[in-house]
Design a protein around this ligand. Structure first.
Ligand code: SF4
Length: 192
């Protein structure tokens, strides 16, 4: 069991949860790129869930939820709705969460054509093998399009970029845990 003093300290901290939906985890690497600044934040923050552990359910209410990746299947929808229900503030982190990103390139095609291209007409199909589109009750059903998070649930804030700079993630987190309003200056949020 956790030391009572450590447990009490943890209880008084601001709980933060992160999860990755349909993305590449590059935004999580930007989170880690905060480097030693993360250690300073950990005086005030406890990470209840991290994209690195990929645990999709929250067991304690969290003040802040970071969502990486867009919505591309039914499990993503369930996970995002669960985070919305269990986080006071929900933030879209990165282009995939904000507008769908690279996975949304499939939106210009019909889903059946995408599946066909990948599983039936693929250049890497094994010659002679029977082409089949995987189907199993345990495999989440793919949505017709890739959706940005705010088209599924209400999102409170957005941190653009692919991935966002660690400075941008730090600025947002530092502001929120210190009670300052969300303020993302263009100096750390401009890519041209
Ligand atoms: Fe990866 Fe870019 Fe999407 Fe982040 S925004 S998950 S870095 S593709």
């Amino acid at each position: 069991p956790l030391d009572p003093v450590l447990a009490a300290g943890r209880e008084s901290k601001i709980k933060v949860a992160m999860i990755g939906l349909c993305g590449c985890w590059g935004c999580t690497l930007s989170f880690l790129d905060m480097d030693e600044r993360l250690l300073v934040l950990l005086d005030k923050v406890t990470l209840h869930r991290s994209s690195l552990s990929d645990i999709k359910r929250i067991t304690e209410r969290c003040a802040i939820g970071f969502i990486e990746g867009g919505v591309a299947n039914e499990e993503n929808i369930e996970t995002l709705e669960h985070y919305r229900e269990n986080c006071d503030v929900l933030i879209s982190v990165g282009a995939c969460a904000v507008w769908g990103g690279v996975p949304a390139m499939r939106n210009v095609f019909e889903l059946k054509d995408c599946l066909s291209e990948v599983y039936i007409d693929s250049a890497t199909s094994v010659p002679g093998a029977k082409p089949v589109v995987p189907f199993h009750p345990d495999i989440p059903r793919i949505t017709d399009k890739v959706y940005p998070c705010h088209e599924v649930v209400k999102m409170d804030y957005f941190i653009p970029g692919c991935p966002p700079d660690a400075d941008a993630i730090f600025k947002v987190l530092d502001d929120l845990v210190n009670g300052r309003p969300f303020d993302l200056p263009s100096s750390i949020n401009q890519y041209d």
